[in-house]
Design a protein around this ligand. Structure first.
Ligand code: PLP
Length: 492
């Protein structure tokens, strides 16, 4: 299946490209993104046929339905990475917590956050395509916490790929920082930056625009690619697990075939819930996609009003940092799907020029048939974390934002699956403050120990080992020196 562009074609690129082209070169005409020309049509019995199949079989069959230009051997190699999750046969379990409420745990991979669900197999596929084409790629990543560890983990020692990862020194949790600086692999470079996440991201954008940098890369025959969620190579793996939600409820005999369900997704860049949107288009009986935001409520505002307005908005730092966002990249793919390329380009031209775009009433209603949204604050999240632990379920602050949607946005009495995007171990000081109802400042190490002792919560070895691991990347540099350091790294 071929891929086309969300803002139309500028005449300098191919009008349609293959899957492998789209994932190696994720930026399309006019700053747009690649999307499949159409979504595959699945067999009527597809869901029921997978009740007794493994996650890998489901994933294989969905990838095949997209007719991607990747050989079976490479697909299987990528999917075998799910064997490294806690339970190879069920990498993302769907757990019942109340009568009509289920938690889809997406954090059972190597870095304990949902980014592994897609980045693990994506890393393998990207490297195999680069190798087959005999091309070398540099992946640049700026991270506020979860993407960096997951990208480094998946690309470590992979052929034909090098990764340079920038993080704000002091701007991530201890666990997230250690997951990055302790990762070893000759093809990885991790750089702490003096400044905040915005500074790291701006530095990265400047680098991408720098001619001297591009010339340096060209001299070494290296091309640039991206592993953020604008890359459809990540999105495709994020469609599969929404099928899994439905199939697991069928398998657990919680629903009968055809019965609709709600999905609640804690959202930032809108990649996770976009996968749910595609799954719904492909026939999964989803009543509605409920979007949870934190105090950075831009997505909630957009869905509730049809206006995307960042004129007076400033980014707030919250206890669910992976959802702290102003510009959410993947709404673009929804806009394209609902209103077409011309209108999508319109919206983004408006946004770039005036920091606001406004949809018509009809357009807004169309969006609201599919999505509802609500936001919540840290105080609410704290209370949810405590209440749920009282009932024996431990969750992280991102997951906690989902409960507001569950409590407020359902018009129908249907089963609901909320997505748990991180394990509590990644945000343990916040979780401990919630459980103890205090605001003492704990280190990650202290909070992990206290929670695991007091509440008998399991600490995965990959987390506890971090505190005695060797630091392989100890550079913290000024923004001005990033280019020089990265050039040094690719020459090594
Ligand atoms: C990335 C992330 C999110 C947001 O997901 P999007 O696909 O960007 O909407 C939510 N929670 C956690 C823990 C994450 O790492």
């Amino acid at each position: 299946m071929n891929f086309i562009e969300t803002r139309g074609n500028d005449g300098t690129r191919e009008e349609e490209v293959s899957f492998s082209y789209a994932i190696l070169n994720p930026s399309a005409s006019f700053g747009g993104l690649y999307v499949p020309k159409e979504l595959p049509k699945l067999d009527e019995n597809f869901l029921e046929d997978h009740i007794n199949k493994s996650y890998k079989e489901l994933a294989y069959n969905i990838l095949k339905a997209f007719e991607i230009d990747i050989e079976d051997e490479e697909i299987n190699k990528a999917l075998n990475l799910y064997d490294n999750f806690d339970d190879a046969s069920n990498p993302c379990p769907v757990v019942k917590v109340k009568n009509d409420l289920f938690v889809h745990e997406q954090y059972h991979g190597p870095t304990r956050a949902f980014k592994d669900m897609a980045l693990q197999p994506f890393g393998s596929i990207l490297s195999s395509i680069a190798k087959k084409r005999d091309e070398k790629y540099l992946i640049l990543a700026a991270t506020s916490g979860d993407t960096g560890p997951a990208a480094l983990n998946t690309f470590k020692n992979k052929d034909n790929i090098q990764v340079a990862c920038l993080y704000p020194d002091g701007g991530t949790s201890d666990v997230q920082r250690l997951q990055m600086v302790c990762e070893d692999g000759k093809n990885l470079k991790v750089l702490g930056i003096h400044g905040n996440f915005d500074d790291a991201q701006t530095a990265l954008k400047n680098l991408l625009a720098s001619n001297s940098f591009k010339e340096e890369l060209q001299r070494d025959g290296i091309k640039l690619s991206a592993a953020n969620s604008v890359n459809f190579g990540r999105i495709i793996f994020q469609i599969i697990y929404h099928f899994w939600s439905y199939i697991q409820l069928l398998k657990q005999e919680e629903i009968i075939y055809g019965e609709k369900i709600y999905l609640v997704v804690p959202s930032g860049n809108f990649g996770n819930v976009l996968g749910g949107y595609y799954a719904k288009q492909m026939g999964v009986p989803i009543e509605k996609l409920l979007v949870a935001s934190n105090e950075n409520d831009i997505l909630t505002q957009w869905i509730n009003t049809g206006v995307y307005d960042i004129r007076d908005k400033e980014l707030k730092l919250t206890k669910s940092p992976a959802m702290d966002i102003l510009k959410s990249s993947n709404i673009e793919r929804v806009l394209y799907s609902l209103y077409g390329a011309k209108r999508t380009k319109d919206f983004f031209d408006q946004l770039n020029e005036n920091k606001i775009f406004t949809m018509s009433k009809e357009e807004t209603l169309k969006l609201q048939e599919i999505f509802s949204a609500i936001n919540s604050d840290d105080k609410y999240g704290s209370k949810i974390i405590k209440d749920f632990l009282d009932d024996g379920y431990l969750m992280d602050p991102h997951t906690a934002t989902c409960l507001k949607a569950y409590e407020n946005l359902k018009d129908k009495d249907l089963k609901t699956v909320i997505y748990s995007t991180a394990e509590w171990t990644k945000f343990s000081p916040t979780v401990l403050n919630s459980l103890h109802e205090n605001d003492i400042s704990y280190s990650d190490k202290e909070a992990l120990e206290i929670i695991s002792n007091e509440y008998n919560a399991k600490l995965p070895k990959s987390i506890s080992d971090l505190f005695s691991s060797k630091v392989n990347h100890d550079l913290v540099i000024k923004k001005e020196n990033i280019e020089e350091e990265i050039v040094k790294f690719i020459r090594d």
